[in-house]
Design a protein around this ligand. Sequence first.
Ligand SMILES: [Ca+2]
Ligand SMILES: [Ca+2]
Length: 94
Amino acid sequence: MRRLDRETTPTYRLTGRATDGGGLYCSVEVVIQLTDVNDNNPVFDQSEYTFTLPENSINNTLLLRVTATDKDTGDTGHPLAVLDWYQDLDCLNP
Ligand SMILES: [Ca+2]
Ligand SMILES: [Ca+2]
């Protein structure tokens, strides 16, 4: 059974036809617009990030900026998220 997928095909167009017994007919176009559900995970643009950090870095400097995308829209899948990680020496020191 084929699943509907808004991220692949958001709109379907169908044509309906009514025919009488004498061969006359009329047609109507039906447009179906799929609404989105949260069926995709957000994905980072890389699976792993490696960076260097000078040992004399000061606290609260930007360490890394990463982005994640999500094919879903709305509250359940923001199209783009940017995460900034700032150095917090308390987190890095055991
Ligand atoms: Ca979706
Ligand atoms: Ca999502």
